[in-house]
Ligand binder design. Structure first.
Ligand code: ATP
Ligand code: MG
Length: 221
């Protein structure tokens, strides 16, 4: 069974590209290809090193928030004290101050996603592959987290491939919105978002592009 077929996508250095498409159209597969976690059966993938923020929150329940965020550094060979020292200053910056010693179950959904994002960021790769980072959050928290991510990426520019079900999120955060067809996924629309960030939901350009992307998805705007 093919997850993706004849998919062609290029992402420029420093660009944020959002990928939207129906469930099962191959979005996670695309990110895993970019990160080298899967190999294509045909075709080729060329990418700078990329770190994946997986679709499921994979925080380890027995580690506190700092140790969870530090996992990528531990994997690189830093010892616990070195890794924690690198992670610590980020907590305040990411709105996690005071939660250093909290276990995942003591964190809100938004905080868990901040920790998971920090772990991905600290992997130190030029490309971030974010798989529906805010999908499990309530609407209000999701809106907060979108503004949060926009702020972080403005301060810490990376090349970002953001998979999301939320077309408005795609338009708010990305330079381009790529719409995939149902399985097997291929690119059926590649929309450039006009205007600088930060963007607002009510911006005319955001509203218009959201409608365009929904139309490409076959959803009534
Ligand atoms: N390792 C695998 N082997 C075979 N088929 C797979 C594998 N992983 C995923 N698939 C299938 O490939 C298709 C694409 O899956 P993928 O998880 O990439 O979709 P997705 O767009 O991320 O979906 P969702 O929006 O639900 O997360 C699905 O039909 C899925 O069942
Ligand atoms: Mg997926």
């Amino acid at each position: 069974m093919r997850a993706l077929h004849e998919l062609s996508l290029s992402v420029a250095d420093g660009e944020t590209v959002a990928v939207v498409g129906a469930s099962g159209c191959g979005k996670t597969t695309l990110l895993e290809l970019i990160c080298g976690l899967q190999q294509p059966d045909a075709g080729a993938v060329r990418s700078a090193p990329a770190a994946l923020m997986p679709q499921r929150d994979l925080l380890l329940p027995w580690l506190d928030a700092v140790d969870n965020a530090a996992l990528a550094l531990r994997v690189k060979g830093l010892n616990r004290a070195q890794a924690r020292a690198q992670v610590d200053p980020w907590f305040e910056r990411l709105g996690l101050g005071g939660f250093e010693h909290a276990r995942p179950y003591e964190l809100s959904g938004g905080m868990r996603q901040r920790v998971a994002f920090l772990r991905t960021l600290l992997a130190g790769k030029p490309v971030l592959a974010l798989d529906e980072p805010f999908a499990a959050l309530d609407a209000l928290t999701r809106a907060e987290m979108q503004a949060w991510l926009a702020r972080i990426l403005a301060a810490e520019p990376r090349t970002v491939v953001l998979v999301t079900h939320d077309v408005e999120e795609a338009v708010l955060l990305a330079d381009r919105v790529v719409v995939l067809s149902p399985r097997p996924g291929r690119v059926i629309a590649d929309l450039t978002v006009p205007g600088n960030r930060p963007r607002h939901r009510a911006d005319a350009a955001v509203v218009a592009l959201r409608a365009q992307a929904l139309e490409a998805l076959g959803v009534m705007a």
